[in-house]
Ligand binder design. Structure first.
Ligand code: AMP
Length: 307
């Protein structure tokens, strides 16, 4: 089944306690598309880049079956640039520089053959841009998922509420869920967000795993204890790409299948953090991804002794 992905493409510069990446390719849209393309086809990417974005990266995306007809290159303009520095725990980071450049006036236009997607993944962008994508779809897709961040929760709450009312899944981290739900309790926050419209709420807890909520059910996915986390950038987007890639491949939106999707997402995120930037996402095999899912299964499998 087809998956429409909307998200940023970027030059990133990342500093972790282990080193500096220098200027590398990144962006939420890029991570989502690379991760999803291991699971489903076609993956149709909508984004915007400047004249400086390397043609070679676009070729890499094409080779992976990602249709980049929706990636607009603006001549004479610069690509979005983001610089971040991680704290020692690698769970928190500061954005040191955000230069929106072409992302500042991003007005996505979907090519005709992108307009009837089965599934949609709206990466972290302004709620207005996310709404404009939904408004360009003549038919309701089977499932639309949305990622957002604290910046939009604080700066454009009304637009964000509007777009949340139109999606089926929201994928956010624990801090953002508390902010959006206006309560320290993650369970209460999830219930409140469900009341805003979505059928599922997925709360990422970094190294501690992820929670999946529907109105009546909860699933807890473990975090993989990794000895050396190298760079967490893009983990959330790789998670979202794997999750929606799995849902699109299996064409099944049941809670049971969403549980599997959360594990696929967790497996993809666990790979992403092993190297700087999207590097690790470029060298995986379907077998390695399956093996990693097995590890997740083993992590939380146990039997109860009844006597
Ligand atoms: P993640 O680590 O999953 O939250 O995503 C990291 C990616 O998000 C990086 O590659 C950045 O280029 C991109 N990014 C950072 N800030 C923004 C922003 N304000 N809008 C869109 N993308 C962003």
């Amino acid at each position: 089944m087809s998956l429409l992905v909307v998200g940023s493409m970027a030059f990133d510069e990342i500093e972790t306690p282990f080193g500096k990446s220098g200027r590398i390719i990144g962006g939420a849209g890029l991570y989502i598309a690379l991760s999803a393309a291991y699971h489903t086809r076609p993956v149709n990417l909508v984004s915007v880049i400047g004249e400086d974005f390397p043609e070679q990266t676009l070729e890499t995306l094409r080779q992976r079956g990602i249709d980049i007809a929706g990636v607009e290159r603006k001549t004479g303009r610069k690509t979005f640039y983001w610089k971040g520095r991680y704290h020692i725990d690698l769970n928190t980071r500061d954005s040191l520089v955000t230069e929106l450049n072409v992302l500042g006036d991003f007005n996505p236009r979907l090519p005709d053959h992108f307009r009837n997607p089965d599934y949609v993944m709206l990466g972290n962008l302004s709620p207005q841009v996310q709404l404009s994508v939904i408004d360009q779809l003549p038919q309701r897709p089977r499932l639309v998922a949305l990622d957002t961040m604290n910046f939009w929760i604080e700066s454009t709450p009304e637009d964000l509420r509007k777009v949340i009312g139109k999606v089926d899944i929201i994928i956010i981290n624990d801090e953002e869920a508390r902010m959006l739900g206006q309560t320290p309790s993650l369970v209460k926050a999830a219930q409140r967000i469900l009341h805003m419209g979505p059928e599922y709420v997925i709360i990422k807890k970094g190294e501690h795993g992820a929670l999946l909520f529907s109105e009546n059910e909860v699933f807890v996915a473990p975090g993989l204890p990794i000895e050396e986390v190298f760079d967490p950038t893009g983990a959330g987007d790789s998670f979202a790409g794997g999750l929606m890639g799995h849902v699109a491949r299996t064409n099944d939106t049941s809670f049971d299948n969403l549980k599997r999707a959360v594990i696929v997402g967790s497996a993809m995120a666990s790979f992403c953090i092993e190297k700087f930037g999207p590097q690790r996402l470029l060298e995986l095999s379907p077998e390695a991804i399956l093996r990693r899912q097995e590890v997740f299964k083993q992590l939380s499998h146990f039997d109860i002794l009844y006597h």
